[in-house]
Every structure is written in structure tokens, then in C-alpha cells.
Design a protein around this ligand. Structure first.
Ligand SMILES: Cc1cc2nc3c(=O)[nH]c(=O)nc-3n(C[C@H](O)[C@H](O)[C@H](O)COP(=O)(O)OP(=O)(O)OC[C@H]3O[C@@H](n4cnc5c(N)ncnc54)[C@H](O)[C@@H]3O)c2cc1C
Length: 507
């Protein structure tokens, strides 16, 4: 039996705690919040197969109808696209406080202990090993520390360099979000689809989910969201959704959602990261519950194979390999797509919808990670052929196809066995690749900006030319009118003279 610390009562941590306690280990979960405050004040959806994967019974009231999403482009004249949930898809939609209480009670039943209202500040490092956590209640020593402290984990941020665990993140590695739940306007029953996502004019989107008794709104952006923007987006979305009432009944909070590729290295001697602390989210939309539940299970399986209970990076490496094979590499591809999103213009997004460049079936597969990775570059090349007058967008897609190609070369370099040197090399290769993606996105952004400036100049010149031509045509028409008037007057004079002459001759 080993002494195991789970740092943070996040989803993955709770699952790992339950599984490890039932293996007979002495498990304690340390959490900074009080038990009542744990979990979010919101309902979230995730794929029920994660619970089946973990062997966790699913309460009947967790199961909800499919989570069809309808995407609305900025241009209201363009038809939206609905992604149906896949056939046989089992969706869970659950209040996050209820989910927390459920997983917490399972972990307690399995024998895990909980210490709430205890702030974790850093790992305890002895030699090359993580052997505990520093907390507001003192130092806690253990054989293994499981980091489930979420995206701002103080453990990950204080890991020594030799562990190859990355500490910091970049600007577009997370989404800024504002979430609030409103009441329903009485008597409004016609409101279209239940779950709509509106693409905003700049980066980001706003979703609105209409439930029986409330309306759940989430505003997200790659850039910080000032309150004026929240007010503006809430106003706009309420105009298009009369079912949204005026009273906020829950939440109303700013949050961050990690949306980057998973950490290159997840384990060190005596340490393993699960969930958001290791960026195990679906990078395009930040859903991480299912990944965390699966990762917690994978970690517990790896731990169960460590007979000596040494929990060195070498033995924990199996967890790293399983995670990457089953989830991580696919999550990386989604992270590549995400890298294009902040740089797409409203015109391009409108065009995607107008040309039906992505079909609802393709969107569904992408959202659910159910696609054949080897076919992705070919698929993108086919789409490029459909693009009309959007050269920058064509280069963006070409770049994406290139990234997929390059990533396929990186993937096999994940070491089969752990050594500090190999883990280091893997981390460097993996991070360099994503850094190059980031910088090519930046240069792409500059190129897009330049192309936009060029287009603006071209449009301005064309407008000036058209104005000149119009002026010229007006002048010509005026001259012709004057000429016609003159000839008319001349004709009249001639006619009068003739009449006078005729009268004179008659006299
Ligand atoms: C607005 C929003 C909407 C989302 N919607 C969805 C969705 O629809 N579907 C989905 O699958 N996912 C969704 N997610 C993501 C999902 O919440 C996470 O990916 C998932 O919960 C896994 O996170 P985690 O358990 O690793 O970390 P967290 O949920 O962040 O939990 C970390 C825990 O550690 C504790 N902690 C942190 N720091 C310390 C410290 N210093 N000391 C002690 N304790 C600490 C925290 O209090 C918390 O209890 C959403 C996230 C947000 C913010």
C-alpha cells in the first residue's frame, strides 16, 4: 500500500482517487475550496462513454438527449449548420456540483480521505523526486502526487526544469469566457433550436442553450472580455432570442478554458498530471470532463502495475503512452485547427457557411473526434478547390494541411521507454513544432493583415475610378443635354423664321 496525494478535487483527480483507494492505497485529496463550494454553478455536457471507460455507473438522471448544436454565421442571411449527435451517442448533461458530489461520494466510499479548505502552494522536491506538497496546513509527504489542480496548477508551475514538465502557457492557449444563466421569458415558446452557437464579428463565439426553466449563455473570446463587450453580446443575443429573460439567476462569472495541446510530458519521479493541469481538453471548445475521467482511469491502471510502489517516471511513462495513443495525438490535431481560428475573418467564416465548406456530418465528426486522421490532409485539399475569391483563406488551409503532415512525422518520436534524455528530446521536438505553428500563425496573421490592406487599397482605387467614370458620364450626359437643348432652340428659331418668311410671302 502506498501513500498517494491527490492535489485538487478536479474531475480526473476524483476518478483517480476512487480507483486508487479501491486498489487499497492510502489516498488523500487536498482541495482549497470548502466541500459545498466545489464544482461549478453550471450544467455541462460530455460523452457518457468516458464513465463506461472508468467503470462508473451512470445515474439515470445524468443521461440527456443528444446535444445537437446549430452554428449561426455572422451574416443572418446565410443558413445555419446543425451538427446532429452521432447515432447511438450517449450524452451526459449534468450540473457540475451534482457531478462533483457524485464522484466525491464514490471516492469516499472506496476509502479516499478528503481535506478541504487547504491551499496547495508548491511541490516538495527532494533530489530528483517530487515527494509531497506544500500547503497552507503544512508539508504533506507521499509516494505519489497526482496533480489535478486545474490549468493554473501551482504544482506544475513550480516543477523543476529537469522534469521536462512545462510550466507556462501562451496567449492563445486558453479562452476567456463569461458564463451566466438567465430566466425564461414567459409564454415565448418559439425560439428555434435548443443549442445555438453564434459566430461573433471578431474572434470568438457566443452559445445559448435553452433549458426548460432557464437560458444558459456563454461568451468566449481569444482576447480578454471587457464588461462592455459582455453587455453588447448579451444584448445582441437577447434580440435574436426572445426566450431569454432579463434576470440573471446564476453564475455571471468570468472564467478561463484551456484550449491547447496537452503537456508534452505528463510525469516525473513521484508526479503525474491529469485533467486541465496537463491541458487535457478538446482544444476547439475546451471540453475536458471526458478526457479527465479517462486520464484518471489510465493513471490508476498504470499505478496498479507498479508492484514496488516506486512511481518513477519510468513506470509512470505507460500512462503517458496510453494517454497519447488514446486521446493526446487526436487532441493535438484539434489544437492545430484551433490555431487558425483566431485569425479567420468574418468574411471567411461567412464563406465557409455559404459554400457549405464543412458539412454538418463533417462538423459532427470533428466535434466528436471521430475522423480518420490519415484522410485529413486530403480532405483539406479537396476543400481548397471549392474556395472562390479568398486567397488568404486558401493559404490558411494549405498551412493547416502542412501542419497535419508535419505532425504525423513528430508523433512516432514519443519514446517507447522513459529516460530523462529521451523525454527531454521529445519535449523539445513537440514544443518546437507547436511554437513553429504559433509563429506561422502570427506571420499568417500579418500576411492576412497585409492582404486586407492591399484589398482595401484596391477597393478604394476601384471606387475612385468608378466615381470618376460616373462623373465623366454625368458631364457627358449634361453636355448632350445642353447640345440637345441648343439644337432644339435652333430648330425652334428656324421654324419661327420660316413661319415669318411664309407670312411675309403670303402678304
Ligand atoms: C465555462 C466553462 C465551460 C466548460 N464546459 C465544459 C463542457 O461543456 N464539457 C466539458 O467536458 N468540459 C467543460 N469545461 C472544462 C471542464 O470544466 C474541465 O476540463 C474539467 O473539469 C477538468 O478539469 P480538472 O478537473 O482537471 O480541473 P478543475 O475543474 O479546474 O478542478 C481543479 C480543482 O483543483 C482545485 N484547486 C486549484 N488550485 C488549487 C490549489 N492551489 N490548492 C488546492 N486546490 C486547488 C480547484 O478548486 C478545483 O476544485 C468547461 C470549463 C469552463 C471553465
Amino acid at each position: 500500500m502506498s501513500v498517494i496525494t491527490v492535489a485538487g478535487a478536479g474531475t480526473g483527480g476524483l476518478v483517480a482517487a476512487m480507483k486508487l483507494a479501491s486498489q487499497g492505497h492510502d489516498v488523500t485529496v487536498y482541495e482549497r475550496l470548502s466541500e459545498q463550494d466545489c464544482g461549478y454553478e453550471q450544467k455541462d455536457a460530455f460523452d457518457a462513454t468516458a464513465m463506461e471507460y472508468a467503470g462508473i455507473e451512470i445515474p439515470d438522471d445524468f443521461i440527456a438527449p443528444g446535444n445537437d448544436i446549430t452554428f449561426y454565421p455572422l451574416d443572418e442571411n446565410i443558413e445555419p449548420i446543425t451538427t446532429p449527435s452521432p447515432e447511438n451517442y450517449k450524452n451526459i448533461t449534468v450540473d457540475r456540483k451534482v457531478l462533483f458530489r457524485y464522484l466525491c461520494s464514490l471516492a469516499k466510499d472506496a476509502g479516499a480521505k478528503f481535506v478541504f479548505e487547504t491551499e496547495i502552494t508548491a511541490p516538495i522536491i527532494l533530489g530528483s523526486r517530487i515527494c509531497g506538497i506544500k500547503t497552507s496546513a503544512g508539508d504533506i509527504y507521499s509516494d505519489l502526487v497526482i496533480d489535478a489542480c486545474g490549468m493554473n496548477s501551482p504544482l506544475r508551475k513550480n516543477m523543476p526544469e529537469f522534469t521536462a514538465i512545462d510550466r507556462e502557457t501562451e496567449t492563445h492557449d486558453y479562452l476567456h469566457a463569461y458564463r451566466a444563466v438567465f430566466d425564461r421569458t414567459p409564454d415565448v415558446t418559439e425560439f428555434g433550436e435548443r443549442y445555438k452557437i453564434y459566430i461573433n464579428s471578431d474572434t470568438g463565439f457566443t452559445w445559448i442553450i435553452t433549458e426548460e426553466d432557464c437560458v444558459d449563455v456563454l461568451i468566449v473570446d481569444f482576447n480578454e472580455i471587457p464588461f462592455s463587450m459582455v453587455a453588447d453580446r448579451l444584448h445582441k443575443i437577447s434580440l435574436r432570442n426572445p426566450q431569454m429573460g432579463k434576470n440573471m439567476i446564476k453564475n455571471g462569472k468570468f472564467m478561463s478554458i484551456p484550449i491547447r495541446q496537452p503537456l508534452a510530458v505528463l510525469v516525473a519521479d513521484g508526479y503525474a498530471a491529469v485533467g486541465d493541469s496537463a491541458y487535457m481538453t478538446y482544444a476547439a471548445k475546451g471540453s475536458g470532463i471526458a478526457y479527465s475521467i479517462k486520464a484518471g482511469t489510465m493513471l490508476a491502471n498504470t499505478v496498479s502495475l507498479d508492484d514496488q510502489g516506486l512511481f518513477e517516471a519510468e513506470t509512470l511513462w505507460d500512462y503517458q503512452k496510453t494517454f497519447y495513443k488514446e486521446i493526446g495525438f487526436d487532441a493535438c490535431r484539434i489544437a492545430l485547427v484551433k490555431n487558425l481560428l483566431p485569425y479567420m475573418t468574418a468574411d471567411e467564416i461567412n464563406e465557409i457557411f455559404k459554400l457549405r465548406l464543412v458539412t454538418s456530418e463533417e462538423l459532427e465528426k470533428l466535434i466528436n473526434g471521430d475522423y480518420q486522421k490519415s484522410k485529413l490532409p486530403g480532405m483539406i485539399m479537396d476543400k481548397i478547390k471549392l474556395i472562390g475569391d479568398l486567397p488568404e483563406f486558401r493559404s490558411q488551409l494549405l498551412m493547416l494541411a502542412g501542419w497535419f503532415g508535419k505532425f504525423a512525422v513528430i508523433e512516432p518520436f514519443l519514446p517507447g521507454k522513459y529516460s530523462r534524455e529521451d523525454a527531454d528530446k521529445w519535449r523539445d521536438r513537440y514544443n518546437k513544432f507547436f511554437e513553429s505553428v504559433g509563429s506561422s500563425s502570427d506571420s499568417l496573421a500579418q500576411a492576412v493583415e497585409k492582404a486586407e490592406e492591399k484589398k482595401e487599397k484596391k477597393d478604394k482605387k476601384a471606387a475612385q475610378k468608378a466615381e470618376k467614370a460616373e462623373q465623366k458620364a454625368e458631364q457627358k450626359a449634361e453636355k448632350a443635354e445642353q447640345k440637345a437643348e441648343k439644337s432644339d432652340a435652333k430648330d425652334k428659331k428656324k421654324k419661327k423664321n420660316q413661319e415669318n418668311q411664309d407670312t411675309e410671302t403670303a402678304e
